[in-house]
Write a new protein. Structure first.
Lengths: 333, 243
């Protein structure tokens, strides 16, 4: 019964996304659609980051690095998959094939970003607080330098798969939101499982958690891997939305933007992260003309937030789904 | 039968300073053993070393199995549960979630429910506050929660670090009554206390720790009558706060 219900919801959802995608294509200007897609990508970034920074309480300042790994890995996979399958400028894949190529690429993005999460997390999650922030910040810089100095990936000018028109733009509303809903559901269920409870316990008191028989290091690394993989998918969607990716797309201000999202929404709240993601997506667009002041604007915003509502919009609470969607979500406990 | 806990020649160093200087002690099965001593004597360091939260030298065995090479969470899996000093409850999680965390290693829902009911029988106040966040509880209730959470892990050996710390006498009485009930069920308990009078009334045997060494040990009753204990530990007001 649970499965048929879930299948029905999934099919309805896909149909709905498909319909909205079509309607946006027909009736809404590209500029707006683009902002909506950016908000969806931001939601993945925020919910991914929130798992480690909010739920587990391990402050990473380097998630732009995982986003970069995901972006490059996805783009690299899509480009090579295409030439392997014989697609080129005169043999463009059909729309459904584009989405499929993108999704396979995103799996690679998730895999490599997740591996990076493991590599960074395993040694550094033994560190606490400020040290962890500094190590993750350093990691993101190293990743950026590696991409800057790897000519095969375009070096400082960026990666476009050796194509004059850049990376194929396969990211559209449908795929952004299909992946966003999938990842947010996954991370949401994880957060509210007994594993998620253990992550929150680590945030509250790590020693007491360990003394209750929980391998806290392993739990933190697991959270880091899931978080990095999700952010990597967002990076891949970003790459195939922009059409080109440069190492400088993944500087510290990108990490800061993600942190602002989860602070605005409320650390530790999944729904808060989504609200914060939309907020930042829209304000970022509004600040397009004053880009150089972005960090300053975020600082002011954070200071204001700390004064007016230090716990963020939702605190650590959740907005709940309407009852008909909550029904029979069995197995999540 | 092997002892619940056997510690041999345990040493703990912090940098150059030796806080525990080669102590040995045992806790038999079903026994309450007290480890008493003044502030800074090395009691907490001993407990932390026993569950390997800090590095140490010496031999530690639980129910005949060596602790060597095991991490803290693996020691918990042997049936050893530490109730840390200062309680260390999960403040932003509900009482229920705190208790469920204790049962992380025990997935059977029915068994879990059964153990939670036993905790409620010990501490009825917890049942009334299930949905409240841990940090909204009073100090005494937090101590009850910390012990209850440890009991949810179904331990065979319970290590209690100053359960009376900073609590009003009435609550201390309630908590020690529960400790006796727990022991009567067959659990082995190592009770760390600064409240010497209370510890010697509760335990069968005791070790007195002075600057990292066992200065005295023996039957709790004998120790109570020992003039050295009387003058050093039982002379003053034993209900004084140990803040
Ligand atoms: N993390 C630490 N670093 C350095 N010295 C410590 C540390 N923890 C405890 N000590 C010192 O070790 C000694 C024993 O402390 P502790 O085990 O906490 O004693 P007790 O629990 O009996 O009050 C004290 O002198 C204390 O200052
Ligand atoms: Mg102590």
């Amino acid at each position: 019964m649970v499965w048929t219900y879930r299948t029905a919801v999934s099919i309805a959802l896909i149909a709905l996304l498909f319909g909205i995608n079509w309607a946006l294509d027909q009736y809404v200007i590209d500029y707006i659609v683009r902002i909506i897609m950016q908000c969806g990508i931001n939601a993945i970034l925020a919910v991914g980051l929130n798992l480690i920074n909010g739920t587990t309480g391990q402050f990473s300042l380097g998630h732009a690095g995982f986003m970069a790994v995901g972006a490059y890995a996805t783009a690299f996979a899509v480009i090579h998959l295409e030439s392997w399958l014989g697609f080129n400028a005169s043999n463009i894949p059909a729309p459904w094939m584009q989405g499929l190529l993108l999704s396979v690429g995103l799996l690679f993005g998730a895999l490599f970003a997740g591996l990076a999460g493991l590599l960074v997390g395993a040694p550094s999650l033994r560190l606490r607080g400020d040290y962890l922030a500094i190590v993750t910040l350093g990691f993101a810089e190293i990743i950026r330098l590696i991409f800057t100095n790897t000519e095969a990936l375009g070096g400082a000018t960026g990666y476009s798969g050796g194509r004059p028109l850049g990376l194929p733009v396969y990211t559209n509303f449908f795929w952004v939101f299909l992946w966003a809903i999938f990842l947010i559901t996954l991370i949401g269920n994880f957060t509210f499982s007994s594993y998620g409870r253990a992550l929150r316990a680590i945030r509250e008191d790590e020693i007491a958690t360990e003394a209750l028989g929980i391998n806290t290091t392993r739990m933190k690394v697991l959270a880091s891997v899931i978080s990095a993989a999700a952010v990597g998918v967002a990076g891949g969607l970003f790459a195939h939305l922009m059409g080109t990716i440069r190492p400088d797309d993944f500087k510290m201000d990108r990490s800061v933007a993600m942190i602002v999202m989860i602070l605005v929404g409320g650390l530790g709240s999944v729904s808060g992260a989504i609200i914060g993601a939309i907020f930042v997506g829209v304000t970022l667009e509004a600040m397009r003309d004053i880009q150089q002041y972005r960090l300053l604007a975020y600082s002011l915003l954070l200071i204001g937030l700390m004064i007016a509502r230090p716990q963020g919009l939702l605190g650590s609470r959740e907005l709940r789904l309407p009852a008909f969607l909550r029904r029979k979500r069995g197995g999540a406990a | 039968m092997t002892d619940a806990l056997r510690v041999t020649d345990l040493k703990v160093n912090y940098g150059g300073i030796q806080a525990v200087k080669g102590i040995s002690l045992t806790v038999g099965r079903g026994e309450i053993v007290a480890l008493i001593g003044a502030n800074g004597a090395g009691k907490t360091s001993t407990l932390k070393a026993i569950v390997r939260l800090i590095a140490s030298q010496g031999q530690i065995d639980f129910f005949g199995a060596t602790a060597g090479g095991r991490a803290t969470h693996q020691i918990a899996a042997l049936g050893v549960s530490l109730v840390p000093e200062g309680r260390a409850i999960f403040g932003n999680m509900s009482v229920r979630e705190n208790l469920e965390m204790g049962a992380f290693l025990h997935r059977d829902a029915l068994e879990r429910k059964h153990h939670m009911e036993r905790v409620f029988a010990l501490f009825p106040r917890l049942a009334e506050r299930l949905k409240q966040d841990g940090n909204t509880l009073s100090g005494g209730e937090q101590q009850m929660l910390a012990i209850g959470r440890a009991m949810m892990s179904q331990p065979k050996l319970l290590l209690l670090d100053e359960p009376s710390l900073g609590l009003a006498p009435k609550l201390v009485g309630e908590i020690f009554a529960a400790i006796r009930v727990i022991a009567a069920d067959g659990l082995s308990i190592l009770l760390v206390e600064q409240n010497t009078r209370l510890a010697l009334k509760t335990a069968g045997r005791a070790y007195v720790l002075v600057t990292g060494e066992v200065a005295l040990s023996g039957n709790a009753e004998d120790l109570r009558d020992d003039p050295r204990i009387q003058s050093a530990y039982l002379g003053g007001d034993t209900t004084r706060s140990n803040g």
